[in-house]
Design a protein around this ligand. Structure first.
Ligand SMILES: *Cc1c(COP(=O)(O)O)cnc(C)c1O
Length: 423
């Protein structure tokens, strides 16, 4: 059966044919490929076509797909049973590893998704401070919990939604939205400021010099907590995430994606004293049947135990060269590209005229909505290169993407940009 047939079947029984809106190709048109398998930097679809994959499960995959060490660890773990509702060794080992790598992290609790991690961190911040308001930034995505579904990035931005139907005014009444890269003035009603330390859901927007430091100082001034949503940056930006990278220490951290090694996981944590507000020791309730799942902790450990600080340095260098190459390849076709890089994180904006790197969603939106991405995306897909099917997403270069994969991509990018230019 072909991609179109599978997608038609999916649409009969799954709303829109997908379990997460961006996968539907709504933003770029056409029919999504249905994946059968992945290996390293590549995925293969039901028609037997292979794609060099820059989606990498939106960043969940750091080593590439089906890494042999991860597969072997999971094989062993699955034989022992997959969920118990009792403490397991894996969660202790993974928590110890995270705490050892992130300077300000003393304790961490596991959940099953990034959404849950952020939602729980926000509840904890409110419980710990006795305050209600949360400040978030326009275009930052923090999962799909009610209170944070305003001015979201990623699929929310792509669909042009201010938020979501089904979210009551009451649910977002205590969420204040501020422009990214500007330090808001807070008052003592604010429980927490929630931020993506590198904005990676409005394509890629780097924090300007002083932004994160400014948030830290402003939170300290009024006694609010600073929450880093590191669901993308955690253990992808570098060995210890955004805190060591920017030398700014938040009060709470949220993780997901990479720490599950490709299985469903999330985690939130901070100082012991802050976490003591959580049940069972404290009054802030939070729980989960599958939290700390043995398969997820096994996969997360297999990935994180394998990477060294130098792997991130090498990946950053490879991504930096690739980003420069993307800009040149697009320019050779008569368009203008900017490929912002922060460590191994890589964005890509296309335009017809020269432009400045976006500093917030308003600036990113002009570029993401200029109509160039869809033809560019499809031209690459036809040539066997899969970018995310939406201009608000970034490119995920895994540790399995080899130099030759990337240099081969640059030739195809030049062709795709020429087609987009003519569109
Ligand atoms: C993906 C993402 C989330 C949500 O994680 P899910 O596992 O999809 O629930 C939260 N915050 C950021 C920054 C993300 O990129």
């Amino acid at each position: 059966m072909k991609n179109a047939e599978w997608f038609e079947r999916a649409r009969q029984v799954i709303p829109g044919g997908v379990d997460s809106p961006v996968r539907s190709f709504r933003a770029v048109g056409g029919t999504p490929y249905t994946v059968v398998s992945g290996r390293g930097a590549y995925v293969e679809d039901v028609e037997g076509r292979s794609y060099l994959d820059f989606v990498q499960s939106y960043g969940a995959s750091l080593l590439g797909h089906a890494h042999p060490d991860v597969v072997a660890a999971l094989r062993e773990a699955v034989e022992l049973g997959t969920t118990f509702g009792a403490p397991t060794r894996g969660e202790v080992l993974l928590a110890e590893l995270l705490v050892s790598r992130v300077p300000g992290l003393e304790q961490v609790r596991f959940v099953s998704s990034g959404t849950e991690a952020v939602m729980s961190a926000v509840r904890l911040a409110r419980g710990a401070t006795g305050r209600s308001r949360i400040v978030k930034f326009d275009g930052c995505y923090h999962g799909h919990s009610d209170g944070l579904l305003v001015a979201g990035g990623s699929g929310v931005a792509q669909l042009g939604l201010p938020g979501s139907a089904g979210v009551t005014a009451g649910a977002v009444a205590d969420t204040v939205v501020a422009p990214y890269n500007e330090v808001p003035e807070l008052d003592e009603t604010v429980a927490a400021v929630l931020v993506e330390p590198v904005a990676a859901n409005m394509n890629l927007v780097a924090p300007r010099e002083g932004f994160l430091e400014g948030l830290r100082a402003e939170c300290d001034r009024v006694g609010a907590l600073l929450i880093f949503d590191e669901v993308i940056t955690g253990f992808r930006l570098d060995f210890g995430g955004a805190e060591p990278f920017f030398s700014v220490t938040p009060d709470l951290y949220c993780f997901g994606k990479v720490i599950g090694g490709g299985l469903p996981v999330g985690a939130f944590g901070g100082r012991r004293e802050t976490l003591s507000h959580l049940a069972p020791s404290g009054p802030v309730y939070q729980a989960g049947t599958l939290s700390g799942n043995p398969l997820a902790t096994t996969a997360g450990l297999a990935v994180l135990e394998r990477v060294r600080p130098t792997d991130y340095d090498e990946l950053s260098r490879r991504v930096d060269r690739f980003g420069a190459g993307l800009e040149e390849a697009v320019a050779s076709a008569g368009l203008v590209a900017r490929a912002p890089r922060v460590g191994p994180l890589l964005g890509l904006y296309l335009a017809r005229e020269p432009f400045e790197a976006p500093r917030n969603i308003a600036e990113a939106r002009v570029l993401c909505d200029n109509g160039l991405y869809a033809p560019f995306f499809h031209a690459l897909l036809e040539r066997g290169v899969a970018l995310a099917p939406g201009a608000y997403e970034i490119l995920f270069v895994s540790m399995a993407h080899r130099e030759e994969d990337l240099s081969r991509t640059l030739d195809l990018v030049a062709d795709a940009a020429a087609l987009a230019a003519a569109s």
